[in-house]
Structure formats: structure tokens, C-alpha cells
Design a protein around this ligand. Structure first.
Ligand SMILES: Nc1ncnc2c1ncn2[C@@H]1O[C@H](COP(=O)(O)OP(=O)(O)OP(=O)(O)O)[C@@H](O)[C@H]1O
Ligand SMILES: Nc1ncnc2c1ncn2[C@@H]1O[C@H](COP(=O)(O)OP(=O)(O)OP(=O)(O)O)[C@@H](O)[C@H]1O
Ligand SMILES: [Mg+2]
Ligand SMILES: [Mg+2]
Lengths: 254, 254
């Protein structure tokens, strides 16, 4: 049975989309069947993989009752598929808010897919709104990117509180997959301070793999490619590949 | 009469908070009376200026009907004041959604303050939700930070659409103050491409001043200080000071 992993952090620009695309791609290269779902109305996951998002998106499944198989798109990698999103998805925030069972919509439409994939990743928007709550309610675990900067630590308490609430109300099985340090810059002492702080607080929950700040990672999306097809020898590609192996090792051990 | 400027962009991590704090601070150093309002439940503006946000926040004015004068706090700069926020503010998204006049709450409580300040800045969260709509409905103009990276251009069409809707529905006087290029990195050709693209599309609306990527800007908030009190000789301080002068020149000309 496939594992659903939400990639979430309400702090903006911490590397959620970059992690979702490149971790999912690395796992696909390691012969896993992977589905990546763009749950952000900004549609960065869709464009970062060069996938058209003008029609047949997550919104169409949730609101227009389109069959989910119809919106699963191919990507540049054979065993990686993607469900795109566009700004229409914002409507979910307003339309679902007064519905009963409002946090279970993702679960309802996505859990039937679990049998077809080894991993399903949900790239979340930078907020703790209903879309993110839906993603957390449907997920088996949540992967939390933490940018190695001061503001990035601030929001963690709130995120962990929200995860706890979701566990109590709608998804008792929700676990923390891990905290991932991103945009680590060896020239900046703040990076070392943040790493020390995170490893102290979250010990075994922090991935050993750290993602460095690497300009190639920010260039790849403008070509619609995961890092492995843009520059597979750069430090960013190496580390996301190592992260995928670490994640697989963890699954086998648990 | 004071001018209310919203600092907004739903893309996360583009420098909204860093711009709000340092532009407001530079204007205060240029003898302007400035109020900076943290409209983001993350509370980064509050902590970036070292202001306690556990009690007496924007939420207390909007929901607990506290008098706005009671939540105006001092900052390290004499003519800069701040209204803090904390995660309580998220409640506004849910509680206000079904109220009539839901987009006019900020205007109702903040416009009486305009007589006391030359500028009032509203630091917005990374979304186009009700909090941001409220900020846009109360503002005279909106300043849009654009990070010099690929994903940063994607969300602009949606943001401009939202601004247009707010102009039609609730705030016909809303103008664009300008587009500000942030985290410009001379070593990265993408920065030059993004700058060329933005200046081509938005011509006179793009500030001449460009904010470089400068590690001192990301260190200052961990000391609770604006850049001018942390390292006033660095490139980040120079450019934010120049931005303040450019903004003032524009006001005098228009
Ligand atoms: N390790 C890295 N090194 C260099 N640049 C990076 C790295 N990771 C991400 N970036 C760049 O930083 C910016 C923010 O990353 P990204 O968009 O993945 O964050 P996000 O958390 O998904 O943002 P949002 O909160 O808006 O969804 C992007 O321009 C991206 O290309
Ligand atoms: N010019 C710059 N040079 C280097 N670092 C910067 C610069 N501007 C901002 N930063 C850092 O980048 C990160 C994102 O900036 P900031 O938090 O101001 O963005 P934001 O748009 O307010 O984010 P959010 O969408 O979460 O509200 C912060 O860690 C900040 O310290
Ligand atoms: Mg993203
Ligand atoms: Mg901010």
C-alpha cells in the first residue's frame, strides 16, 4: 500500500515545492511508483515539472467531480505522475468551509489511489488553511522542510500544534516523517545555529541529509525539469538523491 | 494624511516582512512618523523587531474590541511604532468569512489612525485570503516584492487579478505603489533575466532600487533589530535606505 506524505510548513519559501519535486523524482529514479499532487493554488509543482495546469486539475476532481484518473499527468520521468493545480483551487477554501466533513475531501478522492503507487506526495501551500488541513487529514505522515534562517523556526510550534489537532480530530495515524534542513549555507553561521537547534529539539526526527543552498535547484524549474534531468552532478541533485535513499531505508526498518 | 501601504505577494518567502521592517525603519530615520502593522499570523514582523506578541495584538482589536491605541507598541526607533500579531489572527479567516462587510474590518479600525502617521505599512501573509483582502481594502496602495527567482513571476497574474477585484468591489482608490526586486544575486543569471522581464512588463511601476541578496538582512531579525541598528554599512541597509528616499521622492512628485 502506498504511503501518503504531505510536505508542509506555513512559512513561505522554505523549499516545500523544491523538496516535493526532487524527492519524488529521486524515488522514481529508484524504481518507485510515485504520484506528486500539487495542492497549492500557486501551481508551482505543476510548472516546476512543465505540466500544463489550465485544465484537468485537483480542483476539477474535488469540485467538478471529474474522475481522478483523468487528471493524472505524465512527467519527464517514467514512474513519476503528477496531478496539477491552478488558482481555481483557492475556491476550495471558501466553498468547503461550511460543509460537513470539510477536512475529509482529499482523503475521499485520493485514498483509492494508494494501491497504485509506492508514494504519494502532497505539496502544500504556505498556510494552515483548509487545503493544508485536508492534506494532513489524508496523509500517513508529514515531511517538514525547515529553511536554515531565523524566521523558519518561529512557525514550527504552530505547525506542530496543528498536526496534533489533526491527529486528535481527523487522522489519529498521522506521524511526522521528518524535519528536513534546506538552503543550508556553509558560509553563514546562522545555518549551523539553526541545524544545532533543530537536531537538539527533534533528534531522531531530523533527516541526516541536509539540502545545501544550490543555485542549480532554483534554475531547474525554469526549464520544467527536476534537478536530475537538469544537472544531475550538482550538490543539490546529490543531496536529494541521498534523501530519497534515507527515506527508503527508514521505510524498510519500520 | 497618512498613506496606508500594503506589502503583499502570495508567493512565500519573497521578502515581504524584510521589506516592511526595513523600509518602515528607513522612513523613520528620515523623520517620518511610521506605523508598521503585522497582518501575518506567523508574527515575523513582531519578532523581527523584538516586540512581544503574546498580548495586545491586531487580533485583540479586530475580535476582542480592544482600543487600537492600546496595542501600538514602541520599537527600537523613536518614530516607528508597531502593532504585533500572533497565531490568534488566523481565527479572523474563519470567523469573518460569513459576516457582512467582511473585507472592511481593517479599514474600520485602522483608518482613524491615518491622521497620526505619515505612513502605515501592512505586512501581509503569503496568501490571497481574507486577511490580505482586508489589507488591500484598507490600503491606498500596494507594494509588491518580487524575489529574483523563477517561481516568483508565476503568481503575479493572480495577485494583479485580485488587486483588480478589490478595486472593483471594495477599494476603487487602490493603486500599485510599485514592484520591488528582492534577493538579487549578481552571480546568478536568473536574477538579470527576472529583472529584465519585470522592467519590461511593469516599466515605471518597478522601483529603480533593487535589494541584493545580503546575509546581514537575514541575520538582523534574530537580534530583533532593523538592518540600520544591526549593520548600517552593509549593502542591504544602503539599498533599503535608497528605497525609502525613492518612495519619498515619488510622494512629493505625485
Ligand atoms: N536548496 C535550495 N537552494 C537554492 N534555492 C532553492 C533551494 N530550495 C529552494 N530554492 C528556491 O527558493 C525559492 C523558494 O523555494 P520553494 O518555492 O520550493 O519554497 P516553498 O516552500 O514551496 O514556497 P511557498 O511557500 O511559496 O510554497 C524558489 O525560488 C526555489 O527555486
Ligand atoms: N535581501 C535579502 N537577502 C538575504 N536574505 C533575505 C533577504 N530578504 C529576505 N531574506 C531572508 O529570506 C527569508 C524570507 O524573507 P521574508 O521572511 O522577509 O519573506 P516573506 O515574503 O515575508 O515570507 P512569508 O511569505 O513567509 O511571509 C527570511 O529568512 C529573510 O531573513
Ligand atoms: Mg511551494
Ligand atoms: Mg512575512
Amino acid at each position: 500500500m502506498g504511503k501518503i506524505i504531505a510536505v508542509a510548513n506555513q512559512k513561505g519559501g522554505v523549499g516545500k515545492t523544491t523538496t516535493a519535486i526532487n524527492l519524488a523524482s529521486a524515488l522514481a529514479l529508484l524504481k518507485q511508483n510515485v504520484l506528486l499532487i500539487d495542492c497549492d493554488p500557486q501551481g508551482n509543482t505543476s510548472s516546476g515539472l512543465g505540466i500544463p495546469n489550465n485544465a484537468g486539475t485537483l480542483y476539477d476532481v474535488l469540485v467538478e467531480k471529474m474522475a481522478v484518473e483523468e487528471v493524472i499527468k505524465d512527467t519527464p520521468l517514467k514512474t513519476l505522475k503528477c496531478i496539477p493545480s491552478n488558482p481555481n483551487l483557492t475556491a476550495v477554501e471558501v466553498e468547503f468551509i461550511s460543509l460537513p466533513q470539510r477536512e475529509y475531501y482529499f482523503l475521499k478522492y485520493l485514498s483509492p489511489l494508494r494501491g497504485n503507487y509506492d508514494f504519494i506526495f502532497l505539496d502544500c501551500p504556505p498556510s494552515l488553511s483548509l487545503i493544508t488541513i485536508n492534506a494532513l487529514s489524508a496523509a500517513n505522515s508529514v515531511l517538514i522542510p525547515i529553511q536554515c534562517e531565523y524566521y523558519a523556526l518561529e512557525g514550527l510550534a504552530q505547525l506542530l500544534k496543528t498536526i496534533k489537532l489533526v491527529k486528535q480530530r481527523s487522522n489519529p495515524g498521522l506521524k511526522i516523517e521528518g524535519f528536513l534542513l534546506t538552503m543550508f549555507d556553509r558560509r553563514n553561521s546562522l545555518s549551523f545555529q539553526i541545524e544545532a537547534e533543530v537536531r537538539k529539539h527533534f533528534k531522531d526526527y531530523t533527516f541526516k541529509t541536509v539540502i545545501p543552498r544550490n543555485v542549480r535547484l532554483s534554475e531547474a524549474p525554469s526549464h520544467g525539469l527536476p534537478i536530475f534531468l537538469y544537472d544531475d552532478k550538482c550538490k543539490g541533485a546529490e543531496q536529494y538523491f541521498q534523501l530519497a535513499q534515507e527515506l527508503l531505508d527508514r521505510q524498510q526498518r519500520s
